[in-house]
Design a protein around this ligand. Structure first.
Ligand code: NAP
Length: 303
């Protein structure tokens, strides 16, 4: 099988390039090889590969920047996504795409299910929702995975930012009035492998149903809870090297402490039951995955 992965330098794209090699030949494309800012160039890229599966991990993920660059966010997260979905349909390929908890406004206080009304409160959320809708309109065989608070042992993310700050500051202030589920990019990639494998088999038997699935860790916390857990875990895994963690106070603050261009939903925990039942898997608890990811970070430090 030929598997095309976009956004190969991102947190998720990096993991996908490794996990999906068990399914076939992976064409892991970075921005230079497949630029979603240039929708007109995409059809030729797909036609060159003739993929059986297109996995779109590329996205305009600069949430605050999107507020002043809605056109740019829409081009990458919506217009180009539609072209990839059309190409996938024309090849009879499975199209796997990722969306976000930010399609919701965060006013609920129980986990969001796929059928809850969408109502983004920032431009990034709007652009991702627009991408989802276009995929649904185009049809074909697709899986849209809504995920949340993605982190990895590489790339730009909250976990690595906190680990760096913990080694340079004695006091940190972290937001405690936004709740959700931190999700490890490796878990997403492995769940993508499993669900893509089952979906391709079902497509051959005409038993496949396209759809939107929540795909995030089980459990929930605040950014403050996440920071506190990951820093303590880092300290404990460092053992005799624990002295490099100098932070001794992690204060809880509200969202208005940090002025950001984009509003964030106060609550965005996603209920992944539909995915778990359909593909007969269970999403790990966020703490278990966080611990494993920190083990990767620590082993890289030691070497
Ligand atoms: N990160 C989160 O917390 C989060 C939460 C919910 C949903 N998601 C969704 O999960 C998916 C994966 O996100 P991630 O965390 O892996 O994001 P990421 O680490 O920011 O990676 C994004 C990737 O997209 C690429 N990209 C950006 N603009 C592009 C363009 N014009 N053409 C081609 N590639 C482009 C980036 O390339 P460069 O390296 O060259 O910039 C990078 O490889 C996305 O669909 C995102 O919307 C993420």
């Amino acid at each position: 099988m030929e598997i095309m992965v976009t956004g190969a330098t991102g947190q998720l794209g990096w993991e996908l390039a490794r996990s999906l090699s068990m399914l076939g030949r992976v064409h892991a494309l970075d921005r230079r090889q497949c630029d979603l800012n240039d929708p007109g160039s995409l059809r030729a890229v797909v036609r060159d590969i003739k993929p059986d599966v297109i996995v779109n991990a590329a996205a305009y993920t600069a949430v605050d920047k999107a507020e002043s660059d809605m056109l740019g966010a829409m081009r990458v997260n919506s217009e180009s996504v539609a072209i990839l979905a059309e190409e996938a349909k024309s090849y009879g390929a499975l199209f796997v795409h990722y969306s976000t908890d930010y399609v919701f406004n965060g006013e609920k206080r129980t986990p969001y299910v796929e059928t809850d009304p969408v109502c983004p409160i920032n431009s990034y959320g709007e652009s991702k929702l627009s991408g989802e809708k276009l995929i649904e309109q185009i049809g074909g065989d697709y899986l849209i995975f809504r995920t949340s608070w993605v982190y990895a042992a590489r790339g730009k993310n909250f976990l690595l930012t906190m680990l760096n700050l913990a080694q340079s500051r004695e006091t940190l202030s972290v937001v405690s009035d936004q709740r959700g589920a931190p999700t490890w990019a490796r878990d997403l990639a492995q769940m993508t492998l499993l669900s893509a494998y089952k979906s391709i088999r079902a497509m051959k038997d005409d038993g496949f149903e396209s759809g939107i699935y929540n795909l995030a860790s089980s459990g929930e916390t605040s950014w403050h809870g996440f920071a506190t857990y990951l820093i303590e875990e880092f300290r404990s895994q460092l053992r005799e090297d624990a002295g490099r963690v100098i932070v001794n106070e992690i204060n809880e603050v509200t969202s208005d402490f940090y002025k950001t261009d984009a509003k964030r939903p106060a609550y965005s925990k996603l209920d992944a039951s539909r995915f778990e039942e359909t593909f007969q898997v269970c999403m790990p608890d966020w703490k278990d995955s966080c611990r494993l990811c920190i083990a990767d970070v620590v082993s890289n430090l030691v070497r």
